[in-house]
Write a protein that binds this ligand. Sequence first.
Ligand code: EAX
Length: 343
Amino acid sequence: MKKKYLSLLSIPVLAVGLAACGGGEKETATAPTNSDSGETSVEAKEITINTTQTEDSHYGEYLTTFEEEVEKNSNGAIEVSVHYNSELGNERDNVESVQMGTLDGAFISSGVISNFVPEFNVLDFPFLFENSEHARSVFNGEIGDELNEKLLSVGIKNLGWGENGFRNITNSKHPIEKPEDLKGIKIRTMEVPIHQEVFAAFGAAPTPMAWSEVFTSLQQGVIDGQENPIPIIYSSKFEEVQDYVSLTGHVYSPAVFIFNNELFESFSPEQQQVLTDAAKAAQQAEYEFIDTNTAAQIEELKSKGMQVNEVDIKPFQDAAQPVIDKYKGDYAELYDKIKAAAK
Ligand code: EAX
């Protein structure tokens, strides 16, 4: 975490925070004094965040809102440095780095977390959530809190839930209208075992791959397709490498704002509140961005030459059921609680 110096006059919060950190006796910040202006300056804390997506994506909407809120409400005592396009590694690497403290935080799809917290496997079950309202109420309620506790047990603070969204299939062979259409199609999946099994059950050839390799792999024909929510298909400019979008909505991916918990606890209670409040505001901004733009993004993908088709999900649900039955036993209680929360 890089340290920067700011004028104390502009950041009374930090001065109080630093004094409070001095234990029982009142300590004042003993930072260097700027000889020119005579002002006393104290260290500002900089936090570094990584994400896979572009700054103009729905992830970018979340993170730019977070950055603005933190720097506004911490009086500049906390600076946020966001790195887009997997600049500081892929999602799975990021979970490990945040856990070890070599990366402060990351905004990622929850899929890869199941490799660290088994309960997260449930979130990647196909057709688990009825709609966005169902999913958002689950993650912003008791179940979301329970999952956050599981994350804390491995040293990771979830600053706040976000949304990746309902995942749809893109490919360059033909429209996907029924599972049989996926026969032999090389579909990139996240590094999530249950996703690989679901696409094998659909008849596809699942190819697990980190996000940063997907666009060039599609361009080079190493894979035929992939699956992601519309906002990612749009912001990734997949119309340049894919011809078909099939609206299967087969999995809902939440997004998680993972943060090194030791670092989080090093902030004063006031600063911790600034961080969590900023994440809440960012979540609302992202939800609004998604709800406002997704329909228009589909129309724009069509205008750019992509063929978009609806599907009857029942055959996909039937094909996926054996995979659900195989794994549900391990997480039956959580699975049933989520299903029961459907609006
Ligand atoms: O987090 O890997 C994926 O397909 C994820 O949905 C993407 O990185 C957004």
